[in-house]
Design a protein around this ligand. Sequence first.
Ligand code: NCD
Length: 314
Amino acid sequence: MTRNLFFGQDILSVDKLTIEHINLAVETAKHMRQVVEKDGACDELRGKVMTALFYEPSSRTYASFIAAMQRLGGGFIPLQGMVYSSVAKGENLPDTVRTFESYSDIIVIRHPEIGAARIAAQFSHKPVINAGDGVGEHPTQALLDILTIQDKFGKIDNLTVTLVGDLLNGRTVHSLSKLLSLYPNVKLNLVSPMILPLPRELVDLLKTRKVNVRELYSLEDAAGETDVLYMTRVQKERFTDLESYEKVKNHFIVNQDVLSLMKKDAIIMHPFPRVGEIDMEVDLDPRAVYIKGQMANGMFMRMALLYLILKKVI
Ligand code: NCD
């Protein structure tokens, strides 16, 4: 019997995750992929209910959590935008959380404020999953990203990963860079506009963990040595001044020219939505895994996490 490290636990950030957690999540997600390919669904979580509490826009995270719960045979309370809930009448987060924990077994929350998932967890007796807290973290995205990299390379160690775009505000790269730092000999290229670097404390943490970190301002300089090219959009909603956004929004674009510099067996990833960082023609390149691999993996990884958190014996 495998030790279920996730049972009853919150997932608020990647900070408490170890290689053992990641391996368990990845193996379970691969199993879920087989279940879906073979039967479409199972009834492992019959009788369980998930609340999806989304205070910020979402397509993939929201839909994949809901599809994941459905394919596990569970139910869900879908709350997106919160305009039709009591939040629109001014209800505070603790009251909202205490309401929905009364009806469900797990709460998945996305919120514009950093630390909101942690506050939700303080008020909930049921496990809470952070589906993105402002410019903080997005742990389930990072886990599905690791699954996607492992699907291609069968490992993480010794890879050169290039993170590109809004590294300051992008929560996916905050979580992913920390997970990558758990593996030996990872080389990390950080490519961002000058005003959007990875937060300094995070760069320092990565260096303490012996990651070979390089900060660059040109995608072309990193493309040739990259195994995993991870593109992100500039997070418009985090800017107070739209003029600055306009200046940096189209800084880095993957097109045929960039493709021609890249290794034949590299992969290109993007958490999506893309708003111009990857030309549509790149979708046809076999190195593009953001739609077929990464997007689909979102549901498999979320199935795995819901199953592991809610099912004591696996
Ligand atoms: C990301 C997010 O919400 O942080 N989207 C996602 O969940 N796949 C990335 C983004 O919005 O740019």
